[in-house]
Ligand binder design. Structure first.
Ligand SMILES: [Zn+2]
Length: 186
């Protein structure tokens, strides 16, 4: 079932999500609905606050051609898509960073370059409740950092340069106001 998207200006996007205590059937069904929603919205990642749920769950579906080097070798060969991550935590970040353009399904048509570490160590539970700790590199590391930020109430605009945020400020204000009007909040 496709779920309704929540957009910038909705307070749920700024909440710190609650960790999942147990992987229930309800949460697995939610993860499946989030995957369906992400695919219909043509996104490569979706975090629970973006569909209005303040729980520590995100899903990722990175097309394989985003995860290969020039020779066609996978950067993260042991990772299968889609990923379902419960309680994901970045426990270490590499020092090397790169800058790349990002978008976000909660900010239609708004994009900007963001600096992020190229390598992370990630801990999470999968849909069977099994714990994993793995090193993730390159673009997939970026996508995961974007989604884990959502679970902490952090949005990609927070990580843009001040100049870029200023350049976007009118559009951001308009989007936030539209969302608030729709929700009937101030
Ligand atoms: Zn996002």
């Amino acid at each position: 079932m496709k779920l309704d998207m929540h957009f910038y200006g909705d307070p749920v996007l700024r909440e710190q999500t609650k960790p999942v205590a147990a992987i229930t059937d309800e949460l697995c069904a939610l993860a499946d609905d989030m995957i369906e929603t992400m695919r219909e919205e043509k996104g490569i990642g979706l975090a629970a606050p973006q569909i209005g749920r303040s729980v520590a769950l995100c899903v990722i579906d990175l097309p394989m051609d985003y995860d290969v080097d020039e020779e066609g070798n996978r950067f993260n060969p042991d990772v299968a898509m889609p990923m379902i991550l419960f309680n994901p935590q970045i426990v270490e970040s590499g020092r090397k960073t790169d800058s790349h353009e990002e978008g976000c399904l909660s900010f239609p048509d708004i994009r900007g370059n963001i600096d992020r570490p190229l390598e992370i160590k990630l801990c999470y539970l999968d849909e069977k409740g099994e714990a994993h700790e793995r090193v993730i590199v390159d673009f997939l590391a970026r996508v995961i950092q974007h989604e884990v930020d959502h679970l902490n109430g952090v949005l990609f605009i927070d990580r843009m340069s001040a100049a870029k945020r200023f350049a976007l400020s009118k559009r951001l204000k308009r989007l936030s106001q539209e969302t608030k009007n729709r929700l009937g909040i101030e």
